[in-house]
Design a protein around this ligand. Structure first.
Ligand code: HEC
Length: 324
């Protein structure tokens, strides 16, 4: 039997619930955004010193100490974008080079979640630095993949594309590097390889010859200024140039094009800093073993089986570019 009073009560409570839900939405949407700090604290500057010493010396085992110092600086000034990003970078380094651990434990994957969180803070505080956006995207992709969460993966993918639009010279590399671990015959891997080539086009301002990619003629473009500085070596990334060609060579080997890979690897030698690059002998071995590595790189988990690992999955995924 219908009870008009009961129906009326239900209707009223439903509308109150809707209003409350609306309130909830409005309250969340109108919450004040964090206001970015305009200067670095003394604690942040001290933590930065330790941060750079650790990264530039490639001292993976010292990450926990740097993490404590950087996180303390963040807690003191949680609206400092660079501090937040540096915490994010320590987490993503921990994750990226976890092949260095004698026995990686399951919780090493938590670094993806932490990296995503801190890069999200950094992007919110300073949307003008698209390096943060690129790293946010790669952290989201890692998180999505670890947790088998397709929604996060898709968000990560579109964030990656936005980061490329915002700073192609930097984020085409980020994007391609992230895809270097995908199956050699997958569309994602092919896109990644295409992005690496386009990165070179962006850096030199013309289409480079992909059959004969001799970079010698572009060396005069080297700069430490402006957006194109990220195409070359710098204090931040003392061997970026060599690391870029090492990864592109690895991706070409994986695609089967080992002869072209040999030419690409050789470009790393064009920079004066090559002489002091810790990974020069490794690059020489890559050129020597290019043909044999086609099968090795195409095999998932070859590092664990005692084979060589592609740069993106290696113990030098970050320090190939950043170690002094
Ligand atoms: C191919 C070389 C290369 C690889 C690999 C690479 N980076 Fe970088 N990284 C760069 C370049 C280039 C820049 C930008 C330098 C600039 O802004 O002038 C950069 C910027 C940075 C910064 C800058 C922070 C600041 O304060 O400006 C940090 C930290 C960093 N990378 C950490 C990492 C970590 C961690 C990894 C591994 C997950 C990594 N990088 C992988 C080349 C590389």
């Amino acid at each position: 039997m219908k009870d008009p009073l009961r129906i009326a009560v239900l209707a009223v409570s439903a509308s109150i619930a809707a209003t409350l839900a609306g309130c909830n939405y409005v309250a969340v949407q109108t919450a004040p955004a964090k206001v970015a700090a305009s200067s670095r604290s003394e604690l942040a500057q001290r933590a930065d010193k330790l941060f750079w010493n650790t990264l530039h010396s490639g001292d993976y085992d010292a990450i926990p100490q740097a993490m404590e110092a950087m996180t303390a600086a963040y807690l003191e000034t949680p609206n400092d974008a660079l501090t937040a990003a540096h915490v994010g970078w320590l987490h993503i380094w921990s994750l990226a080079e976890n092949a260095r651990l004698a026995k990686p434990t399951p919780t090493v994957t938590d670094h993806a979640v932490m990296a995503r969180k801190y890069f999200q803070e950094a992007v919110a505080l300073d949307p003008s630095d698209a390096r943060f956006l690129g790293f946010l995207a790669s952290a989201m992709l890692a998180e999505g993949s670890i947790h088998k969460d397709e929604k996060t993966t898709r968000q990560g993918y579109y964030t990656l594309l936005s980061s490329v639009d915002a700073w192609p010279e930097f984020n085409l590399f980020t994007a391609g590097y992230v895809m270097s671990g995908q199956a050699a015959d997958s569309q994602r891997f092919k896109d990644g390889l295409e992005w690496q080539w386009r990165n070179l086009d962006e850096c030199v301002g013309e289409k480079i010859d992909r059959r004969n990619p001799d970079y010698q003629r572009y060396m005069r473009l080297a700069t430490t200024q402006g957006k194109k500085r990220v195409c070359w070596n710098s204090w931040i990334a003392p061997h970026n140039f060599e690391g870029f060609f090492l990864n592109l060579g690895d991706m070409l080997v994986k695609s089967g094009d080992w002869q072209l890979a040999q030419k690409i690897y050789a470009n790393a030698k064009l920079t004066p800093e090559y002489a002091s690059w810790k990974f020069a002998p490794l690059l020489e071995a890559r050129i020597q073993n290019a043909q044999a590595n086609v099968a090795v790189f195409a095999q998932p988990g070859s590092a664990k089986a005692g084979g060589a690992a592609m740069m993106g999955k290696s113990t030098f995924a970050c320090v190939a570019c950043h170690q002094q």
